[in-house]
Design a protein around this ligand. Structure first.
Ligand code: ZN
Length: 298
């Protein structure tokens, strides 16, 4: 084989947060109010765990520190099912809004909560709403300084909240003044000549399954590992409805009922696994995939 074939098509990831913590509702629900909402994340996460177990798929769960603090047994359940634990911040604030000092404090808080529950160091990170952009590349230095070796927070596309258009679409190593970090960028495909996000969150809900399946095959044919992501609230059809703008409600509620069947199809038709497994394999085949962080700013 000599590295010519991939054992896996890509990674299966879950950002573990509840329906009232998402960026789409951040303007109407503040973190101080979170305690007033009915938590549904345990049951919705278990639904994903059941589907993954039925398809014998392991993945990487980026867990919000706030959720881990309140539901430590959920973190243990995820871990004992064989999944990998990553960090999704503590308060789900956009990295570029926090600034370096508050970002570091939030990161340490969530990292330590997760570490104390699992008894293992946490070394993978995904920012809320992929909010490491040109404005917040300093976050990579802080991640390295705080013991993280893997990040999945950069989306090589244009979007109102996130994205570094033109940044690499395949996993690579970013070199900064503080050291190196492995980056598994958000997944994109080409649709009518445009680079668009695919296979995650709202895009997974919006596109019919056959469209997503075709785009995932396009990514695979380009020899790029898939980076699939979803959230527990996306399989929670009966979640309480939040009064927010039409755009936010569309982004959050559209096609919720399609998500569980799509997940089953995806995990049965594509070979997905933990992010570390995919990166170990992919980067070993491409030792030259190193990029200085300064390249992103130009
Ligand atoms: Zn999130």
């Amino acid at each position: 084989m000599m590295g010519s074939t991939n054992i896996f098509d890509g990674t299966f990831t879950v950002d573990v947060e509840d329906y009232f913590q998402v960026s789409a509702f951040a303007s109407v629900i503040k973190p101080d109010d979170w305690d007033h909402y009915e938590c549904r994340v345990e049951n919705s996460t278990r639904r994903i765990l059941e589907i993954a177990a039925r398809q014998s798929t392991r993945g990487t769960f980026f867990i919000l520190g706030w959720v881990a603090e309140r539901f430590p047994h959920l973190v243990q359940e995820i871990r004992s099912a064989g999944h990998e634990i990553g960090c999704h911040s503590h308060w789900h604030q956009l990295v570029y809004d926090l600034g370096p000092e508050r970002f570091r404090a939030d990161l340490i808080k969530s990292r330590d909560v997760l570490r104390d529950i699992t008894g293992e160091p946490v070394h993978l990170y995904r920012a809320p709403s992929f909010s490491i952009t040109r404005r917040s590349l300093w976050a990579l230095d802080i991640l390295i300084e705080e013991g993280f070796d893997t990040d999945s927070s950069i989306y090589p596309t244009r979007h109102d909240r996130y994205g570094i258009p033109g940044s690499p679409q395949s996993p690579h190593v970013i070199k900064t003044a503080s050291g190196s970090i492995r980056e598994f960028p958000g997944m994109t495909a080409i649709v009518t000549g445009m680079t668009v996000p695919v296979g995650g969150g709202g895009y997974l809900r919006l596109f019919p399954w056959w469209v997503t399946a075709r785009l995932l095959k396009q990514v695979r044919s380009a020899d790029r590992p898939l980076n699939v992501y979803l959230h527990p609230w996306e399989v929670d059809i009966d979640q309480p409805r939040i009064r927010a703008s039409l755009k936010s409600r569309f982004r959050h509620y559209q096609n919720l009922s399609t998500m569980a069947p799509k997940l089953t199809s995806m995990l049965s038709q594509f070979r997905l696994t933990t992010m570390s497994t995919v990166l170990d394999h992919t980067l070993a085949r491409k030792p030259d995939a190193q990029i200085p962080a300064a390249a992103f700013t130009s």
